[in-house]
Design a protein around this ligand. Structure first.
Ligand code: NAD
Ligand code: MG
Length: 372
Protein backbone atom coordinates (compact mmCIF):
# COMPACT_ATOMS: atom_id res chain seq x y z
CA UNK A 1 0.00 0.00 0.00
CA UNK A 2 0.98 3.63 -0.34
CA UNK A 3 1.23 3.92 3.40
CA UNK A 4 3.58 0.99 3.78
CA UNK A 5 5.76 2.29 0.98
CA UNK A 6 5.94 5.71 2.58
CA UNK A 7 6.93 4.12 5.85
CA UNK A 8 9.68 2.03 4.34
CA UNK A 9 10.93 5.00 2.33
CA UNK A 10 11.09 6.93 5.57
CA UNK A 11 13.09 4.15 7.08
CA UNK A 12 15.63 4.08 4.27
CA UNK A 13 15.98 7.87 4.43
CA UNK A 14 16.88 7.64 8.12
CA UNK A 15 20.24 6.62 9.44
CA UNK A 16 20.21 4.60 12.65
CA UNK A 17 23.33 4.44 14.78
CA UNK A 18 24.05 2.82 18.11
CA UNK A 19 26.32 4.38 20.74
CA UNK A 20 27.97 1.37 22.29
CA UNK A 21 28.43 1.96 26.04
CA UNK A 22 27.50 -1.43 27.46
CA UNK A 23 24.30 -1.18 29.48
CA UNK A 24 24.21 2.57 28.84
CA UNK A 25 24.12 2.06 25.04
CA UNK A 26 21.54 4.05 23.09
CA UNK A 27 20.31 4.59 19.53
CA UNK A 28 20.56 7.76 17.43
CA UNK A 29 18.07 8.25 14.58
CA UNK A 30 19.09 10.84 12.00
CA UNK A 31 17.38 12.26 8.92
CA UNK A 32 14.60 14.36 7.48
CA UNK A 33 11.23 13.69 9.13
CA UNK A 34 12.50 11.59 12.05
CA UNK A 35 9.95 13.42 14.22
CA UNK A 36 7.10 12.70 11.79
CA UNK A 37 7.23 9.10 12.99
CA UNK A 38 5.47 9.47 16.35
CA UNK A 39 6.19 5.83 17.16
CA UNK A 40 9.94 6.50 17.12
CA UNK A 41 9.68 8.76 20.16
CA UNK A 42 6.96 6.73 21.85
CA UNK A 43 9.25 3.68 21.86
CA UNK A 44 11.56 5.49 24.27
CA UNK A 45 8.93 7.02 26.56
CA UNK A 46 8.07 4.29 29.01
CA UNK A 47 6.06 5.84 31.86
CA UNK A 48 2.58 7.34 31.82
CA UNK A 49 4.08 10.84 31.91
CA UNK A 50 6.67 12.70 29.90
CA UNK A 51 8.10 16.14 30.66
CA UNK A 52 9.01 18.11 27.57
CA UNK A 53 11.64 20.78 28.21
CA UNK A 54 12.18 23.43 25.53
CA UNK A 55 12.46 27.20 25.12
CA UNK A 56 10.35 30.08 23.86
CA UNK A 57 11.99 30.02 20.40
CA UNK A 58 11.68 26.28 19.74
CA UNK A 59 8.28 25.70 21.39
CA UNK A 60 6.18 27.44 18.70
CA UNK A 61 8.13 25.60 15.98
CA UNK A 62 8.26 21.99 17.19
CA UNK A 63 6.58 21.43 20.56
CA UNK A 64 3.32 20.14 19.10
CA UNK A 65 5.14 17.77 16.78
CA UNK A 66 6.51 15.99 19.87
CA UNK A 67 3.60 16.38 22.26
CA UNK A 68 0.75 15.43 19.91
CA UNK A 69 1.74 11.81 19.18
CA UNK A 70 2.54 11.23 22.87
CA UNK A 71 -0.86 12.54 23.92
CA UNK A 72 -2.55 10.56 21.16
CA UNK A 73 -0.97 7.46 22.69
CA UNK A 74 -2.43 8.34 26.10
CA UNK A 75 0.67 9.82 27.72
CA UNK A 76 0.40 12.90 29.90
CA UNK A 77 2.83 15.57 28.67
CA UNK A 78 4.11 18.23 31.07
CA UNK A 79 5.38 21.23 29.06
CA UNK A 80 8.27 23.21 30.50
CA UNK A 81 9.11 26.24 28.35
CA UNK A 82 12.19 28.18 29.49
CA UNK A 83 13.49 31.53 28.27
CA UNK A 84 16.00 31.28 25.38
CA UNK A 85 19.70 31.90 25.90
CA UNK A 86 23.00 30.62 27.29
CA UNK A 87 22.49 33.01 30.23
CA UNK A 88 19.55 30.82 31.29
CA UNK A 89 21.67 27.66 31.49
CA UNK A 90 21.79 28.24 35.19
CA UNK A 91 20.56 27.10 38.57
CA UNK A 92 17.30 29.09 38.24
CA UNK A 93 16.23 27.15 35.14
CA UNK A 94 17.16 23.85 36.77
CA UNK A 95 14.94 24.78 39.74
CA UNK A 96 12.13 25.79 37.35
CA UNK A 97 12.33 22.29 35.83
CA UNK A 98 12.27 20.62 39.28
CA UNK A 99 9.37 22.87 40.37
CA UNK A 100 7.30 21.80 37.34
CA UNK A 101 8.20 18.10 37.75
CA UNK A 102 7.24 18.09 41.44
CA UNK A 103 4.09 20.17 40.94
CA UNK A 104 2.95 17.69 38.26
CA UNK A 105 3.82 14.73 40.52
CA UNK A 106 6.32 13.32 38.07
CA UNK A 107 7.86 10.12 39.39
CA UNK A 108 10.94 8.01 38.68
CA UNK A 109 9.34 6.62 35.53
CA UNK A 110 8.73 10.03 33.98
CA UNK A 111 10.82 10.54 30.84
CA UNK A 112 12.42 13.94 30.36
CA UNK A 113 12.57 15.06 26.74
CA UNK A 114 15.02 17.80 25.73
CA UNK A 115 13.74 19.66 22.66
CA UNK A 116 16.18 22.32 21.50
CA UNK A 117 19.85 23.17 21.15
CA UNK A 118 22.77 22.40 23.43
CA UNK A 119 21.56 24.72 26.17
CA UNK A 120 18.27 22.83 26.57
CA UNK A 121 20.03 19.47 26.15
CA UNK A 122 22.64 20.19 28.84
CA UNK A 123 20.07 21.58 31.28
CA UNK A 124 17.51 18.82 30.76
CA UNK A 125 20.16 16.11 30.91
CA UNK A 126 21.39 17.40 34.25
CA UNK A 127 17.81 17.67 35.54
CA UNK A 128 17.25 14.04 34.45
CA UNK A 129 20.48 12.92 36.13
CA UNK A 130 19.46 14.39 39.45
CA UNK A 131 15.64 14.35 39.64
CA UNK A 132 14.79 11.49 42.00
CA UNK A 133 18.42 10.37 41.54
CA UNK A 134 17.92 9.78 37.85
CA UNK A 135 15.01 9.47 35.42
CA UNK A 136 14.97 8.42 31.74
CA UNK A 137 16.00 11.10 29.28
CA UNK A 138 15.59 11.50 25.51
CA UNK A 139 17.40 14.11 23.40
CA UNK A 140 15.65 15.80 20.49
CA UNK A 141 18.41 18.15 19.30
CA UNK A 142 17.28 20.93 16.95
CA UNK A 143 20.54 22.78 16.25
CA UNK A 144 23.33 21.35 14.10
CA UNK A 145 25.72 21.78 17.01
CA UNK A 146 23.48 19.73 19.28
CA UNK A 147 22.96 17.07 16.59
CA UNK A 148 26.70 16.60 15.89
CA UNK A 149 28.20 17.33 19.28
CA UNK A 150 26.35 18.07 22.51
CA UNK A 151 23.72 15.31 22.27
CA UNK A 152 26.46 12.65 22.05
CA UNK A 153 28.79 11.93 24.94
CA UNK A 154 26.68 12.23 28.05
CA UNK A 155 28.03 15.51 29.39
CA UNK A 156 25.24 17.49 31.03
CA UNK A 157 25.25 20.54 33.24
CA UNK A 158 24.79 24.22 33.91
CA UNK A 159 26.94 27.34 34.16
CA UNK A 160 27.99 28.97 37.43
CA UNK A 161 28.58 32.73 37.65
CA UNK A 162 32.28 31.87 38.12
CA UNK A 163 32.58 29.48 35.18
CA UNK A 164 30.88 27.80 32.23
CA UNK A 165 29.69 24.18 32.60
CA UNK A 166 31.09 24.02 36.16
CA UNK A 167 28.19 22.04 37.68
CA UNK A 168 27.03 18.85 36.01
CA UNK A 169 27.06 15.10 35.59
CA UNK A 170 27.83 12.42 33.05
CA UNK A 171 24.43 11.02 32.13
CA UNK A 172 23.53 9.16 28.94
CA UNK A 173 20.18 9.55 27.17
CA UNK A 174 17.93 6.61 26.28
CA UNK A 175 17.83 7.80 22.67
CA UNK A 176 18.65 10.72 20.41
CA UNK A 177 16.26 11.78 17.63
CA UNK A 178 17.96 14.19 15.22
CA UNK A 179 15.48 15.44 12.61
CA UNK A 180 17.44 17.33 9.94
CA UNK A 181 14.18 19.01 8.91
CA UNK A 182 14.34 21.12 12.09
CA UNK A 183 17.55 22.73 10.78
CA UNK A 184 15.45 24.53 8.16
CA UNK A 185 14.50 27.22 10.70
CA UNK A 186 17.98 27.57 12.21
CA UNK A 187 19.69 30.97 11.71
CA UNK A 188 22.59 30.72 9.20
CA UNK A 189 25.16 31.73 11.83
CA UNK A 190 24.06 28.83 14.05
CA UNK A 191 24.26 26.39 11.13
CA UNK A 192 27.83 27.51 10.40
CA UNK A 193 28.72 27.19 14.08
CA UNK A 194 27.61 23.55 13.97
CA UNK A 195 29.65 22.96 10.81
CA UNK A 196 32.78 23.96 12.75
CA UNK A 197 32.44 20.86 14.94
CA UNK A 198 31.74 18.71 11.86
CA UNK A 199 34.96 19.94 10.21
CA UNK A 200 36.77 19.33 13.50
CA UNK A 201 35.76 15.66 13.53
CA UNK A 202 37.15 15.18 10.02
CA UNK A 203 40.33 17.19 10.65
CA UNK A 204 41.41 15.27 13.74
CA UNK A 205 40.10 11.76 13.17
CA UNK A 206 39.00 11.03 9.61
CA UNK A 207 40.86 12.39 6.58
CA UNK A 208 38.38 10.75 4.21
CA UNK A 209 35.49 12.51 5.96
CA UNK A 210 37.41 15.79 5.69
CA UNK A 211 37.65 15.21 1.91
CA UNK A 212 33.91 14.52 1.83
CA UNK A 213 33.06 17.71 3.76
CA UNK A 214 35.26 19.70 1.36
CA UNK A 215 33.47 18.23 -1.67
CA UNK A 216 30.02 18.81 -0.13
CA UNK A 217 30.38 22.09 1.77
CA UNK A 218 28.05 23.97 -0.60
CA UNK A 219 25.33 21.34 -0.09
CA UNK A 220 25.81 21.52 3.68
CA UNK A 221 25.60 25.32 3.78
CA UNK A 222 22.56 25.02 1.47
CA UNK A 223 20.94 22.63 4.01
CA UNK A 224 20.69 19.67 1.66
CA UNK A 225 19.01 17.05 3.86
CA UNK A 226 20.94 14.06 2.59
CA UNK A 227 24.27 15.84 2.97
CA UNK A 228 23.38 17.04 6.47
CA UNK A 229 22.26 13.53 7.46
CA UNK A 230 25.59 12.05 6.39
CA UNK A 231 27.59 14.80 8.11
CA UNK A 232 25.63 14.34 11.35
CA UNK A 233 25.87 10.55 11.23
CA UNK A 234 29.62 10.50 10.59
CA UNK A 235 30.19 13.14 13.28
CA UNK A 236 28.17 11.14 15.80
CA UNK A 237 30.08 7.97 14.91
CA UNK A 238 33.43 9.68 15.34
CA UNK A 239 32.48 11.37 18.62
CA UNK A 240 30.76 8.22 19.93
CA UNK A 241 33.89 6.21 19.17
CA UNK A 242 36.04 8.62 21.19
CA UNK A 243 33.49 8.63 24.03
CA UNK A 244 33.30 4.82 24.03
CA UNK A 245 37.07 4.66 24.52
CA UNK A 246 37.10 7.47 27.12
CA UNK A 247 33.61 7.98 28.56
CA UNK A 248 34.78 9.99 31.56
CA UNK A 249 37.39 12.13 29.86
CA UNK A 250 40.56 10.37 30.99
CA UNK A 251 42.69 11.52 28.08
CA UNK A 252 41.75 10.59 24.52
CA UNK A 253 38.64 12.75 24.66
CA UNK A 254 40.94 15.78 24.71
CA UNK A 255 41.44 15.44 20.95
CA UNK A 256 37.89 16.76 20.56
CA UNK A 257 39.32 20.08 21.74
CA UNK A 258 41.05 20.71 18.37
CA UNK A 259 40.67 24.44 17.71
CA UNK A 260 39.28 24.96 21.20
CA UNK A 261 42.40 26.26 23.00
CA UNK A 262 42.55 29.20 20.59
CA UNK A 263 38.75 29.28 20.37
CA UNK A 264 38.21 29.58 24.12
CA UNK A 265 40.66 32.49 24.20
CA UNK A 266 38.65 34.25 21.47
CA UNK A 267 35.32 33.62 23.24
CA UNK A 268 36.61 34.84 26.59
CA UNK A 269 38.71 37.66 25.13
CA UNK A 270 35.86 39.09 23.09
CA UNK A 271 33.35 38.60 25.91
CA UNK A 272 31.14 35.49 25.87
CA UNK A 273 28.41 35.71 23.26
CA UNK A 274 30.20 38.12 20.90
CA UNK A 275 31.48 35.18 18.86
CA UNK A 276 29.46 31.96 18.78
CA UNK A 277 31.41 29.00 20.16
CA UNK A 278 31.55 27.39 16.71
CA UNK A 279 32.83 30.60 15.13
CA UNK A 280 35.64 30.76 17.66
CA UNK A 281 36.41 27.07 17.10
CA UNK A 282 36.45 27.58 13.31
CA UNK A 283 39.02 30.33 13.63
CA UNK A 284 40.84 28.31 16.31
CA UNK A 285 41.19 25.37 13.91
CA UNK A 286 42.83 27.65 11.34
CA UNK A 287 45.26 28.78 14.05
CA UNK A 288 45.95 25.19 15.17
CA UNK A 289 46.52 24.21 11.53
CA UNK A 290 48.92 27.14 11.14
CA UNK A 291 50.84 25.93 14.21
CA UNK A 292 50.84 22.37 12.84
CA UNK A 293 52.34 23.68 9.58
CA UNK A 294 55.07 25.56 11.45
CA UNK A 295 56.00 22.32 13.21
CA UNK A 296 56.20 20.52 9.84
CA UNK A 297 53.21 18.25 10.64
CA UNK A 298 51.26 19.40 7.55
CA UNK A 299 52.35 21.27 4.43
CA UNK A 300 51.18 24.67 3.20
CA UNK A 301 48.60 23.10 0.90
CA UNK A 302 46.97 21.19 3.77
CA UNK A 303 46.89 24.34 5.90
CA UNK A 304 45.17 26.16 3.03
CA UNK A 305 42.59 23.37 2.76
CA UNK A 306 41.65 23.86 6.42
CA UNK A 307 41.50 27.64 6.05
CA UNK A 308 39.42 27.49 2.85
CA UNK A 309 36.99 24.93 4.29
CA UNK A 310 36.42 26.97 7.46
CA UNK A 311 35.79 30.03 5.25
CA UNK A 312 33.44 28.09 2.96
CA UNK A 313 31.45 27.00 6.02
CA UNK A 314 30.72 30.67 6.68
CA UNK A 315 33.09 30.90 9.63
CA UNK A 316 35.72 33.55 10.46
CA UNK A 317 39.36 32.71 9.68
CA UNK A 318 41.05 35.87 10.95
CA UNK A 319 41.55 36.07 14.71
CA UNK A 320 40.79 39.17 16.76
CA UNK A 321 43.67 41.27 18.06
CA UNK A 322 43.54 40.71 21.81
CA UNK A 323 47.21 41.62 22.28
CA UNK A 324 49.85 38.87 22.51
CA UNK A 325 50.04 38.90 26.31
CA UNK A 326 46.28 38.63 26.72
CA UNK A 327 46.18 35.84 24.14
CA UNK A 328 48.74 33.81 26.06
CA UNK A 329 47.10 34.56 29.40
CA UNK A 330 43.69 33.38 28.12
CA UNK A 331 45.15 30.18 26.65
CA UNK A 332 46.96 29.46 29.91
CA UNK A 333 43.62 29.24 31.73
CA UNK A 334 43.28 25.62 30.52
CA UNK A 335 46.86 24.88 31.51
CA UNK A 336 46.32 26.00 35.11
CA UNK A 337 44.08 23.02 35.67
CA UNK A 338 46.79 20.60 34.56
CA UNK A 339 50.10 22.25 35.43
CA UNK A 340 52.95 22.66 32.96
CA UNK A 341 52.89 24.23 29.51
CA UNK A 342 49.84 24.87 27.30
CA UNK A 343 48.95 21.66 25.46
CA UNK A 344 47.80 22.09 21.87
CA UNK A 345 45.79 19.65 19.79
CA UNK A 346 47.51 19.63 16.40
CA UNK A 347 47.01 17.73 13.16
CA UNK A 348 49.85 15.35 12.21
CA UNK A 349 48.95 14.92 9.36
CA UNK A 350 45.44 16.17 8.51
CA UNK A 351 43.04 13.51 9.83
CA UNK A 352 45.18 12.51 12.85
CA UNK A 353 45.59 14.29 16.18
CA UNK A 354 48.73 15.02 18.15
CA UNK A 355 48.68 16.58 21.64
CA UNK A 356 51.76 18.51 22.75
CA UNK A 357 53.26 21.71 24.06
CA UNK A 358 55.02 23.84 21.44
CA UNK A 359 58.07 26.14 21.32
CA UNK A 360 57.02 29.60 22.43
CA UNK A 361 58.40 31.33 19.33
CA UNK A 362 56.23 29.15 17.05
CA UNK A 363 53.13 30.09 19.04
CA UNK A 364 54.09 33.76 18.71
CA UNK A 365 54.54 33.30 14.96
CA UNK A 366 51.07 31.75 14.67
CA UNK A 367 49.50 34.60 16.64
CA UNK A 368 51.34 37.07 14.44
CA UNK A 369 50.18 35.37 11.24
CA UNK A 370 46.55 34.71 12.20
CA UNK A 371 45.63 37.82 14.14
CA UNK A 372 44.37 40.64 11.98
P1 NAD B 1 21.55 27.01 21.81
O1 NAD B 1 20.98 25.87 22.51
O2 NAD B 1 21.61 28.30 22.52
O3 NAD B 1 20.78 27.22 20.43
C1 NAD B 1 21.14 28.29 19.59
C2 NAD B 1 19.93 29.16 19.22
O4 NAD B 1 19.13 28.47 18.26
C3 NAD B 1 19.00 29.43 20.39
O5 NAD B 1 18.50 30.74 20.28
C4 NAD B 1 17.88 28.42 20.17
O6 NAD B 1 16.67 28.79 20.77
C5 NAD B 1 17.77 28.41 18.69
N1 NAD B 1 17.21 27.22 18.06
C6 NAD B 1 17.37 25.94 18.44
N2 NAD B 1 16.85 25.11 17.54
C7 NAD B 1 16.30 25.90 16.58
C8 NAD B 1 15.61 25.62 15.36
N3 NAD B 1 15.45 24.37 14.92
N4 NAD B 1 15.18 26.66 14.61
C9 NAD B 1 15.42 27.93 15.03
N5 NAD B 1 16.08 28.26 16.14
C10 NAD B 1 16.52 27.24 16.91
O7 NAD B 1 23.04 26.73 21.31
P2 NAD B 1 23.75 25.41 20.75
O8 NAD B 1 24.84 25.91 19.88
O9 NAD B 1 22.80 24.42 20.23
O10 NAD B 1 24.39 24.78 22.06
C11 NAD B 1 25.34 25.49 22.83
C12 NAD B 1 25.38 24.90 24.22
O11 NAD B 1 25.77 23.54 24.10
C13 NAD B 1 26.37 25.56 25.14
O12 NAD B 1 25.77 25.77 26.38
C14 NAD B 1 27.49 24.55 25.27
O13 NAD B 1 28.14 24.60 26.52
C15 NAD B 1 26.75 23.27 25.09
N6 NAD B 1 27.58 22.15 24.59
C16 NAD B 1 27.52 20.99 25.28
C17 NAD B 1 28.26 19.91 24.86
C18 NAD B 1 28.16 18.60 25.59
O14 NAD B 1 28.96 17.71 25.34
N7 NAD B 1 27.21 18.47 26.47
C19 NAD B 1 29.06 20.00 23.71
C20 NAD B 1 29.07 21.20 23.02
C21 NAD B 1 28.32 22.29 23.48
MG1 MG C 1 33.00 22.67 20.98
Amino acid sequence: SRRARAASMNQTAHINLNVDLGERSYPIAIGPGVLDDGAALLRHVGGAKAALVTNTTVAPLYLDKIAAPLRAAGREVVEIVLPDGEEYKHWGSLMAIFDALLASKCDRKTTLIALGGGVIGDLTGFAAASYMRGVPFVQVPTTLLAQVDSSVGGKTGINHPLGKNMIGAFYQPRAVLADTGTLGTLPARELSAGLAEVIKHGAILDAEFFDWIEANIARLVGRDQAALSHAIARSCEIKADVVRKDEREGGLRAVLNFGHTFGHAIEAGMGYGAWLHGEAVGCGMVMAADLSRRLGFIDAAAFERVRALVAAAGLPTVAPDLGVERWIELMEVDKKNEGGAIKFILVKPLGSPSIMSVPHELLLATLDACVQ
